[in-house]
Ligand binder design. Structure first.
Ligand code: XIL
Length: 605
């Protein structure tokens, strides 16, 4: 290859791993400012040379101009983390052989369509190479039904994604040429499994070379991105399209100024000392407040009640039939009591997170009832001895996700070993056993989606009223309240009130509050936790807490529990395989505007 003719339009990725990654540490805790700093450092030089020397082709090295290197270094970070600089000339295909159908760092996915890519040379097709020696040719034969069929992607070096700095602006440039009316959709997105889109430009082709220029704002949590170009459009069938001169360069870091957070202690603002709870990890978890001091500080400063996020579920407490394992839970209760915190037990029965032996147990209905009663009685009586354990989720999620039937009662209602082997009366049996074992604890039925799903809520209300009519002990209903950022507060208020209005009155508790803000689909797509997004989060939390205080009389308030401490701790991240900003503390443990929204609602501001 004649490198002298190369235009040096290398994809030059000058990238900084900003302090701690995942958006953590890049925000000052005092003023809630996110900033990624820019300057040069010796560390950047060291990693630059190692990145360059790892490029297999020495010809590629010689093609890197010193001015390009210098400019990339001068925009690198001064953070203590080494700067990562990756070079792949023209996205990899400039250093690939002409005729190659598998250029370095590029992939072709056809998902039902048929297409071919190959590297072409200026020598053979001068007008189809924009600059330099090579361009990428994409010949589209047929398209598939899948909207992502015919996707040509710069997958990053060694297919690992392009390392990027979260919370930054990148300039993505490319050139494209194809028949007038054909179309190429240039996108930027996160790697599998999330494939969240960060930016796109749909280009209608003109027959001439056209420049594509996209400004990309990375999410604070982004570490890797890909550059897929989509051709799955009817107008492209039979078209041959050329792309060239890719570059993806960091332009600047973003400084976020979030609205101020002044709350010093959420719990101290709680009207009537209603419990303000938080779900916590425990056992040997690195984020347990027993050992993780930053989390311990937050937990004891702001909250008055704990829920074990996992370790009081059946799989943890009775891993082997008849052998109960209370060590981790007891340690958590010790911690709670040493710090003046109450504990809400979660959960005596659930269809999830039960031990394998229980899941696979084979027996008659009576034998299953035995299993149920043994577990509920043993666990509830063990903790009844601890003054801090004031309440329990006795049964969790017994109704189907979609509507009002019992989970497991029909096709498409999900499955529950309890329903299958005992029938609907497993619920009342659990409440009776719990009440006998822990007569002083408030006993809750807990479920999700009840804040918006009326058939599901109606089923829960009907169950409570039926229990009351038959003297089955039940003290309250827990709304998990795992909401989306566009949740409707008026509906939430109405649904809380439907439970608060049950007579005789029962308690209403928000048991697992968090908010999903990183949507998969436009138009709700949220690329970054911008100040506007943080304020939307704050307003929603304020609305939910206000609604709760408005419709639940003081004596019926079981309190409000948030489902985790820092965003990075949240189960929402792994639920969707992408980062989110669901909770009340940034990853450096500084409070988010959402905490202020909670505080403002508690104090009536
Ligand atoms: C979740 C935990 O947060 C995760 O760590 C665990 O892997 C799965 O369970 N509803 C509930 C909670 O009642 O117990 C769930 O907690 C979240 C949904």
């Amino acid at each position: 290859m004649n490198m002298n003719r190369c235009s040096l339009l290398a994809v030059l990725l000058a990238l900084t791993a900003c302090g701690g990654g995942s958006g953590s540490g890049s925000k000052s805790s005092s003023s809630s400012v996110v900033s990624s700093m820019v300057s040069s450092s010796a560390a950047s030089m060291a990693s630059l040379s190692s990145a360059v020397s790892s490029i297999p082709s020495s010809a590629a090295m010689s093609s890197v101009s010193s001015s390009a290197i210098t400019s990339s270094i001068s925009s690198a970070s001064s953070s203590s983390t080494p700067v990562v600089i990756e070079l792949a000339e023209n996205g990899g295909f400039e250093i690939s052989e002409a005729g190659s159908t598998a250029p370095a760092n590029w992939s072709l996915a056809t998902n039902g369509g048929t297409a071919a890519i190959q590297v072409i040379s200026a020598a053979n097709q001068p007008s189809n190479v924009h600059t330099g020696d090579r361009a990428l040719e994409v010949a589209i034969n047929t398209i598939g039904a899948n909207p992502w069929s015919i996707e040509t992607t710069h997958t990053g070096l060694n297919n690992g994604g392009i390392p990027v700095v979260g919370g930054s602006i990148y300039a993505y440039k490319a050139w494209v040429k194809g028949p007038a009316g054909a179309q190429a959709n240039f996108t930027v997105g996160t790697p599998a499994p999330a494939y969240a889109e960060r930016a796109r430009s749909n280009v209608t082709l003109s027959g001439e070379w056209q420049e594509v220029s996209i400004e990309v704002t990375t999410s604070p949590d982004d570490t890797l991105l890909r550059l897929p170009v989509h051709f799955s459009l009817a107008a492209n069938v039979g078209a041959t399209i050329y792309v060239d001169d890719f570059s993806f360069t960091k332009v600047e870091s973003i400084t976020y100024e979030y609205s101020p957070v002044t709350v010093e202690s959420l719990r101290s603002l709680s009207p009537g000392n209603m419990p303000i709870g938080v779900a916590v990890a425990a056992g040997n978890s690195a984020i347990s407040p027993l050992t993780n001091i930053p989390r311990q500080t937050v937990v004891t400063q702001h909250f008055s009640q704990l829920t074990a996020e996992n370790i009081m579920k059946p799989s943890f407490l009775q891993p082997t039939q008849g052998q109960f394992s209370f060590g981790d839970a007891d340690a958590l209760i010790d911690f709670a009591e040493a710090n003046g915190l109450k504990v809400h037990g979660h959960t005596l029965l659930w269809h999830n997170q039960i031990p394998t032996w229980m899941q696979n147990f084979s027996g008659t209905k009576d034998q299953w009832l035995d299993v149920l009663r043994t577990h509920v009685s043993t666990v509830a009586s063990h903790f009844a001895a601890r003054q801090s354990v004031v309440s329990w989720d006795v049964v969790n999620e017994a109704f189907e996700d979609a509507g009002g039937r019992y989970r497991g009662s029909a096709a498409n209602t999900g499955s529950s070993v309890w329903y299958t082997n005992i029938g609907p009366e497993f619920i009342e049996e659990a409440f009776k056993a719990a009440h006998a074992a822990a007569p002083n604890a408030d006993l809750y039925y807990n479920d999700f989606s009840t804040e918006w799903n009326r058939p599901k809520l109606d089923a829960v209300v009907a169950m409570v009223e039926d229990f009351q009519a038959r003297n089955i002990p039940i003290d309250g209903v827990g709304f998990q309240m795992h909401v989306w950022g566009n949740a409707n507060v008026a509906t939430i208020r109405e649904h809380l009130k439907l439970v608060a209005d049950i007579r005789p009155a029962i308690k209403v508790k928000i048991t697992e509050l968090d908010v999903r803000l990183n949507y998969v689909d436009p138009p709700l797509s949220a690329n970054a936790y911008t100040p506007a997004r943080a304020d939307q989060h704050k307003a929603l939390i304020k609305g939910i807490v206000e609604a709760y205080l408005e419709v639940v009389p003081p004596e019926q308030r079981g309190g409000i529990t948030v489902w985790g401490v820092a965003d990075v701790d949240s189960w929402i991240n792994s639920l969707y395989g992408r980062p989110d900003w669901s909770l009340f503390f940034f990853n450096d443990m500084s409070p988010k505007p959402a905490l202020q929204g909670f505080a403002d609602a508690l104090s009536g501001n």
